[in-house]
Design a protein around this ligand. Structure first.
Ligand SMILES: [Zn+2]
Length: 56
């Protein structure tokens, strides 16, 4: 199963999205993006709240 996170789901005007079947990787990429681009620190739970299922 492939999961996706869309940055705009946090309310940002941003086209960043991550799509992978590896949740650890997903969380890492989203945390990295949020910190560098939006100066926001996200916990793993914060990221998990944003995960949606995507078509493989
Ligand atoms: Zn973003």
């Amino acid at each position: 199963m492939v999961n996706a996170v869309f940055c705009r789901d946090r309310g940002h005007d941003c086209d960043f999205a991550v799509q992978t079947d590896n949740d650890d990787e997903l969380v890492h990429h989203v945390q990295d993006h949020a910190e560098r681009i939006h100066d926001v620190e996200l916990s793993r739970a914060d990221v998990e709240d944003l995960i949606t299922e995507a078509e493989a």
